[in-house]
Ligand binder design. Structure first.
Ligand SMILES: Cc1cc2nc3c(=O)[nH]c(=O)nc-3n(C[C@H](O)[C@H](O)[C@H](O)COP(=O)(O)OP(=O)(O)OC[C@H]3O[C@@H](n4cnc5c(N)ncnc54)[C@H](O)[C@@H]3O)c2cc1C
Length: 151
């Protein structure tokens, strides 16, 4: 197997194409990672969520990362890690446009909202709709690609 560093262009291309990744945040030295759907556009990853641990933690510490991977035939793979900053997109004058932009990108994908709007049965449903949109502004991105070499 040969491993190489992906170019910035390849990393961005992969983020543009991928809509599923692992979002990692950290609070008081404790890491937390969850699978999420997202859409990437112009150095920003957008996603949708209900309030919960990840959102509380990202509010406390907005430095997060998002990891995306692809596995190909014969053991080849590509993996990208985006380091970024969490920004909630509330429905107010400051963030309204970007919130709409996030929604317009996310809604192009089937079921984009469903998992992010669900909680386990034990959590009582709320009549108010507390769902939220958020952005992760990219600071840095790295990628590695591995190719299986048949000997
Ligand atoms: C394919 C896929 C796509 C998803 N897309 C989204 C999305 O776009 N937006 C979104 O908000 N969520 C999405 N989820 C669900 C997400 O992974 C979290 O389960 C969910 O967001 C709740 O996270 P929370 O921090 O609010 O947890 P809370 O509801 O606050 O619960 C916290 C507790 O539950 C545990 N917990 C929470 N989630 C998980 C988990 N996934 N696995 C194991 N333990 C868990 C934590 O460890 C902690 O103990 C997706 C999941 C999958 C599998």
């Amino acid at each position: 197997m040969a491993i190489r560093t992906m170019t910035h262009h390849e990393c961005v291309e992969m983020l543009n194409a991928g809509h599923y990744g692992h979002l990692a945040c950290c609070n008081e030295g404790q890491p937390y990672i969850v699978p999420v759907y997202f859409v990437f556009d112009a150095r920003v990853a957008y996603s949708f969520s209900m309030p919960g641990r990840k959102v509380e933690w990202m509010r406390e510490n907005p430095r997060v990362c998002l990891q995306v991977e692809e596995r190909q035939l014969k053991g080849s793979w590509r993996s990208v890690i985006l380091d970024g900053k969490f920004q909630e997109l509330p429905d107010n004058d400051t963030w309204h446009e970007e919130r709409l932009h996030a929604w317009s990108l996310l809604q192009k994908h089937r079921d984009w909202w469903e998992i992010g709007s669900l909680k386990p049965d034990a959590v009582p449903p709320s009549h108010a709709s507390p769902h939220l949109f958020y952005a992760i502004y990219m600071n840095d991105v790295t990628g590695r690609a591995a190719t299986q070499i048949d000997l």
